[in-house]
Every structure is written in C-alpha cells, then in structure tokens.
Ligand binder design. Structure first.
Ligand code: 13P
Length: 260
C-alpha cells in the first residue's frame, strides 16, 4: 500500500487566552524539537486555536517556522462587509492560516450551520487557498437507527456541492461521530474505518477513485495518546482531529509520537 498522509490536528475550541495559547505552542515546540525526526517527519501537525490567539501565535512563533501549521476553527463566506462578529478568509490568510475547520458538529448544533452554509464556506476557503477540514458525523440516535451511512452521505454530497475534482486535491475531511466527542467514548477503530471507507466510496461516485483514494480523512472523538495508534493502524484513516487532548503539550505531543 502507498504510504498514506498522516495528519494530527488539534481543535482547541473555546479554550486558551492569547497568552495561554502562546505558552502552549512554545511548550509544544520544545517537545517536538526533542522528538526524533523519524517520529515527526512523517506527521503533519496542525493547531486550530481560537481567533483571538491566532495573531499572537503567528507573530511570536511563526518567525522560526516550527513544524506546526496554523488553522482556524471557522470563518465566514464573504471576503469583507457588514457582518458584525464574523471573520473572513482574507483575515485568516493574512495570519498565515493554511487550514480552517468547517462545519464542526458544535457549530451545526449551536450556531445553526447547515450543509448549505458549510458548502459556501468550503468554496470560499478554497478560493483563498485555505484547506478546509470539513467535518461530518452522526448522532447517537442516527447510529442506533442504522442511519449513519445515509446521513454522512448527505453531509458529504451537500458540503462538496459544486466543487471540482481539482478542488478536492486541497481538502481534508474529518469524521467525528457526535456521540464520541468529549465523552471519552470512542468509536471502535474498525467501525470508524468502515464509515471512512464509505465516505471514500461516496467521493468515488461523486468525483473519481483518485479523489477517493488521495483525500486525507481524519477520525475525531475522544482521541488520546493511548488510542491513537489503533486508529492510525486502520488503512482508511489518515489521522485525527483532537479536542480535549490537544489542550496540553504533553498529551498532544504523545499523540503525535504514538501516531507514528
Ligand atoms: P474530543 O477530542 O475532546 O472528543 O473532541 C473532538 C473534536 O470535536 C475535535 O474537533
């Protein structure tokens, strides 16, 4: 099998002030520096701090180009305008954000995001050269009703509406079952692998087998240093989108180490 891309991304959610964020990145940098290049070399590390910390992280740390890439947790779909409270892709690009999480289940649940708004955001991210990390995932009710595959298919088709095969070269998907987020209850690695295989099948029929095979698809939901290796061992899984365990340098560095 071709060597797969391996990505570990941290979603800090609404945690860390700008000062705390800088401290955490410095700690993380130290730990990654101490890690043998054989461990880190093959892993792409992304952190997605809150908007208010992006600037401090960019100015304080990005001069030394650490092996960590910067992402945001959301953005609006217009470049500028009278949209009080929103942050635009132009503003993210200005701070060297290379990635943006779009359509996290918490945004769908608390901020009324839909597949249509997710699709608008994804398109604008791509237009600005920012790689979307588009999230999908079923609720416990949907899983128990046997609706997981159908629901995920709707999210993938809706979120990628109007995109071309070329757009998909700069795209990451995160499969995060809602019932596994922040609960300490992970999906079984083989079950996550099955859903991700299904996502690839949807992408193969929607785009091509090339897109389906190449696109990085991450698992998210209670990932930690103790279980990451089991997820990485699954053939369809390219890495993880980590919430709680990315908020502390030791645990995030151990996830990166064990993901190798
Ligand atoms: P936890 O790792 O805290 O379960 O969060 C997962 C998540 O929502 C990442 O986006």
């Amino acid at each position: 099998m071709r060597d797969k891309r391996r990505i570990i991304a941290g979603n800090w959610k609404m945690y860390k002030t700008a000062k705390e964020a800088v401290y955490l990145v410095q700690e993380l940098e130290d730990k990654l520096e101490g890690m043998a290049t054989s461990h880190l070399g093959a892993i792409e590390v992304i952190i997605c701090p809150p908007f208010t910390a992006l600037k401090s992280i960019y100015t304080v740390l990005w001069q030394d180009k650490p092996p960590i890439k910067l992402g945001a947790q959301d953005m609006f779909w217009e470049d500028e305008g009278a949209y009080t409270g929103e942050v635009s892709p132009v503003m993210l690009r200005d701070l060297e954000c290379e990635f943006v999480i779009i359509g996290h289940s918490e945004r769908r649940q608390y901020f009324c995001e839909t597949d249509e708004t997710v699709n608008k955001k994804v398109k604008v991210a791509l237009k600005h050269g920012i790689t979307p990390i588009m999230c999908c995932g079923e609720s416990l009710k949907q899983r128990e009703a046997g609706e997981t595959e159908e629901f995920i298919q709707t999210q993938i088709i809706g979120g990628t509406e109007g995109l071309t095969e070329r757009d998909m070269k700069n795209f990451i998907i995160a499969y995060e079952p809602i019932w596994a987020i922040g609960t300490g209850k992970t999906a079984l690695p083989e079950d996550a692998n099955d859903v991700i295989r299904h996502i690839r099948a949807v992408l193969a029929s929607r785009f091509s087998t090339d897109v389906a095979g190449e696109i990085p698809i991450l698992y998210g939901g209670s990932v930690n240093a103790g279980n990451i290796a089991d997820f990485m061992a699954e053939p369809e899984i390219n890495g993880a989108l980590v919430g709680g365990a990315s908020l502390e340098a030791d645990s995030f560095a151990n996830i990166i180490r064990n993901a190798r």
